[in-house]
Ligand binder design. Structure first.
Ligand code: DC
Length: 221
């Protein structure tokens, strides 16, 4: 099986690009951020805030997260309920970032991610795919862009969904998440030594996609 690991900060275009890339290769696309978002949602439903004060393991014991592919599209199920849309709110983003710093949560989701790559050709995106989840992936890409460019992309995305946060709030959230994701002790966001850097600050979507396709073509022999 072939694995393409794509890591990078929030808003770099990982999910949209990875989805298109996977379709062009006829691989499945696995969005691992959605798994952390589902866990974050569970804690939010249980009344936790981002401080996560309480017995995390106890909650995890009573939590199931599943991925199903419906028409090749990933759907995420929390305790049997499809939460694929509910996990996209700004609160779910912050909760996902908070729970993802907890080693027990990362361990809880690890086997699921590895099994998907064992049984399928995958394009898998996240923060630690090339460094921790699939260290032997044939292709590793670190996809990034300037934080202001990323915040502007996310701001426009939210507006299209009718979520009217200000640009400043989106930028602040993104800087906070960048900091959390790259400074946590367990599996922090960082470029794997053998990953190819793809900076899309000055590239449009099509150009970014072409760049990724080229990196994959060069990497899969
Ligand atoms: O990619 P995303 O924005 O949907 O991810 C949500 C959060 O989950 C993000 O703040 C960091 C965390 N995450 C992670 O720690 N490891 C991954 N492989 C994917 C996401």
């Amino acid at each position: 099986m072939i694995s393409v690991a794509i890591d990078g900060p929030a808003g770099a275009g990982k999910s949209t690009l990875s989805r298109k890339l996977a379709a062009s290769l006829d691989y499945i696309y696995v969005d691992t951020g959605a798994l952390y978002r589902a866990v974050g949602l569970k804690f939010s439903k249980k009344g936790f805030d981002t401080e996560l004060n309480g017995d995390i393991e106890e909650i995890l014991k009573d939590t199931t997260v599943d991925i199903k592919f419906i028409n090749k599209e990933q759907r995420v199920f929390l305790d049997g309920v499809d939460v694929s849309d509910e996990i996209r709110t700004p609160i779910a983003s912050m909760m996902a970032s908070a729970v993802s710093a907890k080693p027990v949560v990362r361990q809880f989701l690890l086997d699921m991610q590895r099994n998907l790559a064992k049984n399928n050709n995958v394009v898998m995106d996240g923060r630690d795919i090339g460094t921790v989840v699939l260290p032997n992936a044939q292709v590793k890409i670190f996809l990034t862009a300037d934080v202001k460019v990323r915040a502007m992309r996310r701001y426009k995305e939210l507006q299209e969904k009718g979520i009217n946060d200000t640009f400043e709030a989106v930028l602040e959230d993104m800087e906070k998440r960048d900091y959390n994701d790259s400074h946590r002790a367990t599996a922090p966001l960082k470029q794997a030594d053998d990953a190819v850097l793809a900076d899309t600050s000055d590239l449009n979507f099509e150009e970014s996609l072409e760049l990724l396709k080229k990196i994959v073509k060069d990497g899969v022999k």
